[in-house]
Structure formats: structure tokens, C-alpha cells
Design a protein around this ligand. Sequence first.
Ligand SMILES: *Cc1c(COP(=O)(O)O)cnc(C)c1O
Length: 392
Amino acid sequence: MKYPDKNGHFGEFGGRFLPETLIALHDELEGVFKSALKDPQFKKEFQYYLNEYAGRPTKLYYAERLSQRLKTLKVYLKREDLLHTGAHKINNTLGQILLAKRMGKTRIIAETGAGQHGVATATAAALMGLECVIYMGEEDTRRQSLNVFRMKLLGAQVVPVTSGSRTLKDAMNEAIRDWVTNVDKTFYIIGSVAGAHPYPLIVREFQAVIGREARRQFLKAENKLPNYLIACVGGGSNAMGLFHAFYKDKSVKMIGVEAAGHGLNTVEHSAPLAKGKIGVLHGSKSDLLQTEDGQIQVAHSVAAGLDYPGVGPEHSFYKKSGRAEYVAVEDREAIKGLKLLSETEGIIPALETAHVFAYLPKLARKLKRQQSIIVCLSGRGDKDMEQIKELI
Ligand SMILES: *Cc1c(COP(=O)(O)O)cnc(C)c1O
């Protein structure tokens, strides 16, 4: 069985819960995406920008001192933090911008929460010389003013959204409204493995380069497959990017780390897989943070990139089928994880990625014999310096 099925379902999750007006747009996008995947010219061009512009392939680095510290874990780091713009998000925006060009679109729109996806989109749009409009909750434009400045420097227009909670989910609604109105020339770039079919599939395919490279690199280094894979989960794109190439390798265990914020027994966290209920958000069915009467619960995490009330449907499917395990790490633990990697390896991770390093010692304590693990080092910490200074 291949996932998703032709209607975009991952088991009971995913799909396309959309008004009539949006169905045709998603159908057209799906058609273009499928033809692009079969076109060697498209693949060649995508690979060209991944390699020459973004800096792929990224290294799979053996973290020797971290491994010594953890004793039972031999850790390899997949260095997505070394990509242009400092995180994995550029893999996806380069892929989608090439789809936009293929469709003859001249205008790019996107939603952004923390601003990381907005910056990666504005970067790709500048590279291709396309007009770019980024929707961002007004609340977020204030919290992430430096990223607003970056997007503007890159030539994008940033539109503050004043509806609802003035955060990511409202920005996403506004972007969809723009798309419907200006569909002739506009392409909508979604930033994670979320949204209606075919977006979760598109983003997974464009991020799957992470796992394909890592699998090849690990086999070359160790002449076997790893015991574990681990990645942080916001919407779930860096995790799915790493996991996907290992889906059929049944011996390889997968762990996704959600943000437990102030604690899983509070309402201030971003852990829909641990504490959510199944529901529909942005056209797709998955685990979601909801209030008792079914409204979307505002998410919280110290890491802005993990601060999303939903999660990609394929992760809900992996969880339900048992293919992957999901754990959650609190804000204050994440800071410890950040220090652990910084002090043992001289690499300061993004606050999102720091959640993974907070979980590694817990996993290490459970193991009797040494096991190998690949960590998706999704991004670098430079963007978080101001915030970390306040927290430490
Ligand atoms: C955005 C972001 C994430 C979370 O997004 P996913 O779609 O879950 O990968 C994780 N790490 C970094 C560095 C990010 O910028």
C-alpha cells in the first residue's frame, strides 16, 4: 500500500476538506506536481538549486563527544542547519517555487508564524525574480520583527493579519482567501506537511532528500542501517523528510519530539499527537489541539517553529499505526538540550531542534547496549540568540 492513496488519505487522516471553489485549484496543482515528478528536466533543475544554491548534500556528522557523554547512543547529525538560510525549510520552498514557474505563475504567497517559512519563501522568490506576499498574524509580526525586516529586505510584502487570534492559523486563512481571489497568477507555498491534499505529499517529497541522503551516508559510514531516527515535530516536515526514506526499513525505529511547552498537563503546549483530538484544520484531518467545545486551541512553545495547533496527517498515521513513536519535551528541558549540543559539539541548534537533544539523554538511559541514531539537526540557533539570552 502506498501512502497517501489517490485522494490524499493516510489511513483515516489527511484528505481534502475544502469548499468547492478550492477543489479545482488543488486538482490542478496535483496534476502539475505529478507531471513534474516524472520530468527529468524538473528533477535536474530542482537538484541544481538544492546543491548549488542551498548547499546540498548536507553532511552526516558523527558527534563523537556527544556520543561519549550519552554512552549508549552513537549519534550522527544530519546537518540541515548548514543550508542557506540556516534550516531545512529552503528545500521545500525551492521545490514549490519551481512548480510555480512550471505553472507560469508570477506571484507567490505564503503564510508564516515565526517568520522562518516566510523568510525561506521570500528568499526563493527573490532568487527567481517573482513577486512575493507573506501573510503573518499581527501578533507574530510584533514578536518576530527581525524576520519581518528580513522578508522586506528580500523584497517581499508582509501583510499583518488582524483577524482571530492574530497568529499563524489566521494568516493561513487569509492566504487561502488571497489565493482564491488571485488564482490566475498566484501560487500558494505551504511551509510544512500540512494542509489539504496534495500539499502534505508535495512537502514530503521535497523534504525527502534529507532521508535519502542520510540513509546513503549512514550505510557508507557504518555498513548497516541505524537503530533510530529522531527529529522535532512542528507541522512535521523535517521529521517526515528524514523518516520517509526509511519507511520500509522495519528495523529502524522513529521518534518524533513535540513541544510540551509549560507541561502536558497545562493547556500551554504544542503537542497535538500527545494531547490532541482528531479534527479538521486547513483542509486536512489530523490530531489537533482543541478546546472542549471543539474550537482550535492556541498552541504554545518556546520554539516559535513548533508553535502550531495541528500536525501533518502522515504523522497522525505513523502514530496510529505504530510506525513512529512521539514524545514531548518542555520549554525548560529544551534549553538544557541546547546547552548539551553547544558544549559537547560546538554547534548551537535552533530552539526547535534543541527539543531533540533534551530527549536524547532520556532515551540513552533506557538502552542496555549501544544503539546508533540519526538526528535531524533541522536548524541553527543564531535566529534565537536574543530569546535564549533571556531564558538562560
Ligand atoms: C520551522 C522549523 C521547524 C518545525 O517545522 P517542521 O515542519 O515540523 O519541520 C523545526 N526546526 C526548525 C529549525 C524550523 O525552522
